[in-house]
Design a protein around this ligand. Structure first.
Ligand SMILES: Cc1cc2nc3c(=O)[nH]c(=O)nc-3n(C[C@H](O)[C@H](O)[C@H](O)COP(=O)(O)OP(=O)(O)OC[C@H]3O[C@@H](n4cnc5c(N)ncnc54)[C@H](O)[C@@H]3O)c2cc1C
Length: 412
């Protein structure tokens, strides 16, 4: 057995301040511009998060304090921010008292320039409780195998915490089997990667999204105006790589998407130099491993094991059904109570917002996702000026596919 004779301890001072402030803006455009301006300066902020109007209202509804929300809305109205357009942002500052005060002053002067107002720290404090960058490492059980909680790890500090609960809903997508192996030995999660390329709007100048069937495999590929750029995807193929590593587009996928888009727009001379970035995601698909990726069912499952309820598979569009099934399966492990009306509206009604010049209407905004998920590939080429005439052609694109409207742009 070895004996430790020397230990080196690195001591890092805890930041004096670690504050997150809530801010509100009168419109989505002002929210984006203010946050873009802050990120373009040397202001030292620790985090920025922005929500479009729909997400803002959803967050406030989920916070569950109607009285406080009503007071907040009254305050925003008094400060000239309409409740029909209000967008929320969160800005955080970490460090010494002096440096955070300086950063805060500089950031708030930009926020005020875009008619934003601060509502102080309560919203930031609520957000900090959300345990981001924390993973469930283990399901804790008692001697009878009943779930009693989870062991959590902060992936940044590696701090371990235990949280007790009579039931745990495991909604970890493709990772679900790490916490709950499939009870059906024939059926396991098959991680399927989907990747996109993002082009400049000038390279593919469309005002509307459309779908074409890729000539190599007859799969639908979407071309969608998105946040001022053009999204082309996706692919659908096995992802055998380690799921702990951020997925990336592979060269074969780049070639596949490029070939598809070049074949559909031969006259636009689209090249990789027009591509801004790429990103990939992993679909949780349940499989017996016999079918081609795109033929696999997108059904969801709910597995129950002594208080551990796993819900995986499915689609974004079936989120409500997944949630209701998971809650029903969890009910026996919880104290008596009533499930909320499962026919009630999930989201409050939102005003339809005007479309941006290029890109989806702001309610589709996913700016925070773009900021974290996209990875630059080749350098951005200068937009090519082109004169294009839209031509709407109705086509049938497959036996099970309804008629798609395809817009072909012809150069004059
Ligand atoms: C490219 C692509 C295109 C798609 N297109 C569509 C579409 O057009 N329409 C549609 O309806 N659906 C679409 N989907 C499918 C849809 O995205 C998924 O069905 C949906 O995201 C699944 O949601 P989920 O919450 O179950 O899992 P996920 O969205 O995968 O979320 C699981 C989360 O759990 C976290 N996690 C994992 N392990 C742990 C742990 N131990 N502790 C804590 N957290 C953990 C992960 O980090 C992740 O954030 C698409 C998917 C991809 C990849």
């Amino acid at each position: 057995m070895g004996v430790l004779t020397n230990v080196v301890v690195n001591i890092v001072a805890l930041p004096e301040k670690d504050d997150v402030y809530g801010v509100f803006f009168p419109s989505w455009e002002r929210t984006i511009h203010a946050m873009q301006t802050i990120t373009g300066t040397d202001i030292s902020f620790s985090m920025i998060r922005l929500s479009n109007h729909a997400e803002t209202m959803t967050n406030l509804a989920l916070a569950g304090n109607q009285q406080q929300t009503a007071l907040l809305m009254r305050y925003l109205r008094l400060r000239g921010i309409s409740e029909k357009k209000a967008c929320m942002g969160l800005v955080g500052f970490t460090g010494s008292r002096r440096s955070t005060a300086a950063a805060r002053r500089a950031a708030f002067s930009i926020i005020r320039r875009y008619k934003g107002i601060s509502v102080g720290k309560p919203m930031g404090n609520a957000w900090k409780k959300s345990l981001n960058y924390t993973v469930v490492r283990r399901i804790d059980r008692d001697d009878d195998s009943h779930v009693v909680g989870v062991e959590l790890e902060d992936v940044e500090t590696h701090e371990i915490k235990n949280v007790s609960s009579p039931a745990v809903i495991n909604a970890t997508g493709s990772w679900a089997e790490r916490l709950h192996p499939s009870p059906d030995p024939q059926r396991h999660l098959r991680p399927l990667r989907g990747s996109h390329l993002v082009f400049t709007a000038a390279a593919i100048p469309l005002n509307e999204g459309f779908c074409f069937m890729h000539r190599l495999d007859n799969r639908p590929v979407f071309v969608i105006p998105w946040e001022g750029a053009m999204l082309v995807g996706t692919t659908d193929l096995d992802h055998p790589q380690d799921l702990s590593i951020e997925p990336n587009i592979a060269e074969a996928e780049v070639n596949y998407l490029m070939e598809g888009i070049q074949a559909i727009f031969p006259s636009l001379n689209i090249s990789l130099a027009d591509c801004l970035c790429a990103f990939a995601g992993i679909r949780p698909v349940l499989s017996e491993g016999k079918l081609k990726p795109s033929d696999e069912s997108r059904e969801h499952v709910v597995w129950v094991d002594h208080g551990l309820v796993t819900v995986t598979g499915g689609k974004l569009t079936t989120f409500r059904r997944l949630a209701v099934d998971a809650l029903k399966a969890t009910k026996p492990f919880l104290p008596p109570g009533k499930l909320a009306d499962h026919k009630a509206l999930v989201f409050c009604k939102v005003q339809k917002l005007p479309a941006l010049e290029y890109g989806l209407p702001p309610e589709h905004g996913a700016v925070s996702m773009v900021a974290t998920a996209v990875r630059p590939i080749p350098s951005l080429r200068q937009p090519k000026p082109r004169i294009l005439q839209p031509l709407m052609v109705p086509i049938h694109c497959g036996p099970n596919c309804p008629m798609w409207r395809i817009m072909i742009l012809c150069e004059n």
